[in-house]
Design a binder for this molecule. Structure first.
Ligand SMILES: Cc1cc2nc3c(=O)[nH]c(=O)nc-3n(C[C@H](O)[C@H](O)[C@H](O)COP(=O)(O)O)c2cc1C
Length: 329
């Protein structure tokens, strides 16, 4: 299933990307995904306004290192001038393969600000942004969209998708749900297929890529050119190599604990946050990995109650004792 992806003037070695995940896909998360096969990742979403103003937290999103490549960035906004300013600043600060425009975020506050998926309601704004960015940047521009705002209307969304292409986008990332659905309903494979069949740029599909077999289903049902892995990577970085190989081998508990500990190490090393915020992030991360553990409830309860990073490590070490495969430990 893995093939190369051509995005404008760039060629990437994979068509299986880690999706943009606000609040999640930070440097620690990306590094652990890359070590398990992710060949292309996104920074967390960046507010154009905040980047132009130089907000500290926004600049922190761009923290990266040599092992964290290739990488792309996604911008949120609705003002083409401001977004170009943000994009130019972004390309000075980071070596991005392409810049994506967010036309997919359904969060209320974002929609109220006429950003994210709101752009599907007023696509002229989106087309203007695309013309401005693609006409003035050296890196390709892409769009991430939903299959509609309130409902899937084939004619309307195909028209938008075509015009996204003609206004300068090099790739379309399509999350197969409407914005109003959030994550409630099943992914609409047919809607993604209709978009794919009607545009002349590569289409990447997103939605419920939670296993190698669901990725295979996405490729089969939509004929998409690639996939974005999102929630499927939480506590499960193996998903990338699994999709690539088309296999889902059982991950041993030892391996899970090892990856969890390494992920926590990266958070300690790379995350700039108050110690209490960092502890919260580490707990959330450890909880992802504990899914499916025997005695998971007890382990989860203890992780949630931990009062220090060392406490979380200790619980993870001890959790090995719960596994029947390790009777001697
Ligand atoms: C916590 C979280 C944060 C997300 N942040 C973004 C984002 O910043 N930009 C974006 O385009 N999509 C974002 N998404 C959507 C994902 O990229 C993806 O399209 C969606 O989760 C569907 O894929 P899945 O069903 O495999 O999780 C986010 C999703 C989650 C769960």
């Amino acid at each position: 299933m893995r093939t190369m992806t051509k995005i404008g003037n760039r060629v990437l070695a994979t068509n299986i990307f880690l999706a943009p995940l606000s609040g999640i896909s930070d440097l620690a998360f990306r590094l652990i995904c890359r070590q398990h096969g992710a060949g292309m990742c996104f920074f967390e979403m960046i507010s154009s306004n905040a980047l132009v103003r130089g907000h500290k937290k926004t600049l922190e999103i761009l923290k990266t290192n040599k092992k964290d490549a290739p990488i792309a960035a996604q911008l949120l906004g609705n003002d083409s001038g401001l977004m170009l300013e943000a994009a130019l600043k972004l390309t000075e600060l980071a070596n991005v393969e392409f810049i994506d425009i967010n036309a997919a975020c359904p969060v209320k506050k974002v929609i109220k600000n006429r950003q994210g998926a709101y752009l599907l309601r007023e696509p002229q704004i989106l087309f203007g942004i695309l013309r401005k960015l693609s006409g003035n940047l050296k890196v390709p521009v892409t769009v991430k969209m939903r299959i509609g705002f309130d409902r899937f209307d084939e004619k309307e969304i195909v028209d938008i998708a075509r015009r996204i292409h003609s206004n300068g986008a090099s790739v379309l990332f399509v999350h197969g749900r409407c914005a109003s659905e959030g994550y409630k309903n099943k992914v609409d494979y047919l809607a993604i297929r209709k978009i794919k069949e009607n545009v002349g740029i590569p289409v990447f599909a997103s939605g419920d890529i939670l296993s190698a077999s669901l990725a295979e289903k996405m490729f089969r049902e939509t004929s998409c050119d690639g996939v974005l892995v999102a929630r499927g990577a939480l506590g499960n970085p193996w998903i990338f190599s699994e999709i690539e190989k088309g296999l889902s081998p059982k991950i041993s508990p030892e391996e899970k604990i090892r990856a969890a500990k390494r992920h926590l190490d990266y958070i300690e090393k790379y995350k700039t946050a108050s110690s209490s915020a960092k502890l919260g992030i580490m707990k959330k991360t450890a909880l992802w990995y504990s899914k499916g553990f025997p005695a998971a409830r007890e382990i989860r309860r203890r992780i949630s109650a931990a009062s220090s990073p060392a406490g979380i490590f200790e619980i993870l070490n001890l959790s090995g004792l719960y596994f029947p495969e390790n009777p001697s430990r």
